[in-house]
Design a protein around this ligand. Structure first.
Ligand SMILES: Cc1cc2nc3c(=O)[nH]c(=O)nc-3n(C[C@H](O)[C@H](O)[C@H](O)COP(=O)(O)OP(=O)(O)OC[C@H]3O[C@@H](n4cnc5c(N)ncnc54)[C@H](O)[C@@H]3O)c2cc1C
Length: 453
């Protein structure tokens, strides 16, 4: 039987969504060209060098769902499991609720039982989601239980009234597995490079320093214009676009706050707690201080979080830490004097998390949201747009053109969701291609079982 010519796809963006999508398609026999405007793959899941030291760009810990997805794609990259802890009113709590936490909160047992009851009731079908702010305030009085139940909003960069209780159920619904944190051994860049290596071994084509600009369509064929210094046209049957899809959201959509980052280098002799990833300094009354941030006002007290990167130690015998915090909404740049004030606030509180660290600091540099964009060409928003219902669909109005990445379906606002979006789009294309090739059906959109959850 005569072989049908292979279908071709262009994947725009080699972040986690693009890498997973490109590899899935290439493995299914589609000829894929993966392009990224940056000089390396990984997008937010990567590393960069700052004054001769290596730092994680953004994302460094994942759920076990991603580990499974990579294994299924033949990427046998090593991870280790680490825990994360929260420092709140002078006490350490495990970030994932556990029995020890219940014991620590025993003086607030009424709040604990009320909240647990509310969470169980929320699992019943047809329960209308409500904001975490309303949910927590309805069930608990002010205090530790109330605050800790809103922790997730801090990590997403949104006020507790802007995130829904349905967020709690996503981990189980989409098997993200974030209750067991998996950290790539050697860091996120090594993980992203490993995915790209398998993609290349499968015959995929990777074009770095190459920007997609536009496309047109003639018949069933796309002609995409790309630019690597010179403009060229690439032809394809499918396009997977993993760029942030602003146009799919209402123009007045509220956005999550961008993170700012204090980059620190610490002398190797200072030990970071073993088997621990993120340490969070969580100030009481997150609704109050996050509310101020949201109004563009600097609160007197605010929280932050920090992690040690698992990268090769620097040549000056230091390791690097990322410390993240939020500036007030609308403040994306700081003058030198303010940078010093913020750094001092943060380092003073960091001492409570890691006593003695200030005597072992070899380097510090603050990156504002604008600095982050200037360095990486990427946004430091964990939640690009605040959504209270479904995220935009990953099919476009143009047949053969799909969206993936963290601004579209499925919900989750982390790398696990971005990777899953890449895998789901690939499944859609593969099922369309199969239907075309066996001529059992004509083209158009075939809903994926996962698609409209
Ligand atoms: C500061 C921060 C910390 C985070 N920490 C975590 C964490 O610890 N765990 C977690 O699970 N999630 C975390 N997240 C979320 C996670 O990083 C993202 O959800 C995920 O990495 C998004 O992947 P993506 O592929 O959709 O997008 P990106 O990683 O942004 O990749 C998109 C790619 O598209 C490229 N691109 C854009 N336009 C073009 C163009 N015109 N032509 C060619 N290429 C283009 C970009 O260069 C980029 O490489 C964090 C996010 C931030 C901002």
């Amino acid at each position: 039987m005569e072989e049908l010519p292979s279908k071709k796809a262009i994947v725009i963006g080699a972040g986690l969504a693009g890498l997973v999508s490109a590899l899935s398609l290439q493995k299914a026999g589609i000829t894929v060209t993966l392009i990224d405007q940056r000089k390396q793959v990984g997008g937010l899941c990567g590393t960069f060098r700052l004054d001769n030291r290596e730092f994680v760009i953004a994302c460094n810990d994942f759920g076990k769902g991603l580990v499974k997805l990579l294994r299924e794609l033949g990427v046998n990259f090593p991870f280790n499991n680490k825990k994360s802890s929260v420092f709140y009113r002078g006490q350490w709590f495990n970030a994932a609720p556990d029995l020890k936490m219940l014991w620590q909160l025993r003086s607030e047992w009424r709040n604990v039982f009320s909240l647990l009851g509310g969470i169980i009731a929320q699992q019943f079908p047809h329960r209308t989601p409500q904001s975490i702010e309303k949910f927590a305030n309805r069930l608990t009085s002010a205090g530790a239980v109330n605050d800790l139940s809103k922790l997730i909003s801090y990590f997403m960069g949104v006020h507790p009234s802007d995130i829904q209780t349905s967020f709690f159920g996503l981990d189980g619904k989409y098997n993200y597995g974030y209750t067991t944190m998996a950290c790539p051994i050697g860091g996120p860049q090594a993980m992203a490079d490993a995915i790209a290596d398998v993609f290349l071994q499968q015959g995929g084509k990777l074009l770095l320093n190459t920007r997609y600009t536009k496309h047109n369509k003639q018949g069933n064929h796309f002609y995409a214009e790309i630019n690597d210094g010179e403009s060229r046209i690439v032809e394809a049957d499918y396009i997977v676009d993993t760029r942030e899809q602003r146009s799919l959201y209402p123009a007045d959509s509220k956005r999550g706050l961008p993170l700012s980052m204090l980059c620190l280098a610490v002398k190797n002799e200072f030990p970071y707690p073993e088997n621990t990833h993120t340490l969070t300094y969580f100030e009481p009354d997150v609704s109050h201080w996050f509310g101020k941030l949201d109004q563009g006002i600097q609160p007197e007290h605010f929280g932050f979080h920090v992690f040690k990167s698992d990268l090769v130690p620097n040549t000056d015998n230091t390791y690097t830490l990322n410390l993240y915090f939020y500036l007030p909404r609308g403040v994306n740049q700081l003058e030198d004097g303010k940078r010093t004030i913020y750094s001092e606030y943060l380092l003073n509180r960091l001492e409570k998390l890691l006593p003695g660290i200030n005597n072992h600091l070899a380097y510090r540099r603050l990156l504002t949201p604008d600095d982050f964009v200037a360095l990486h060409g990427l946004s430091s928003r964990v939640m690009p747009f605040i959504v209270s219902r479904e995220k935009p669909h990953n099919s476009s109005s143009e047949a053969g053109y799909f969206y993936a990445g963290h601004s579209v379906y499925p919900p989750g606002e982390h790398a696990g969701a971005a990777a899953l979006s890449g895998a789901l789009v690939a499944q859609k294309i593969i099922s369309e291609k199969t239907l075309f090739n066996t001529e059992t059906s004509v083209g158009g959109h075939h809903e994926n079982a996962h698609q409209q959850a």
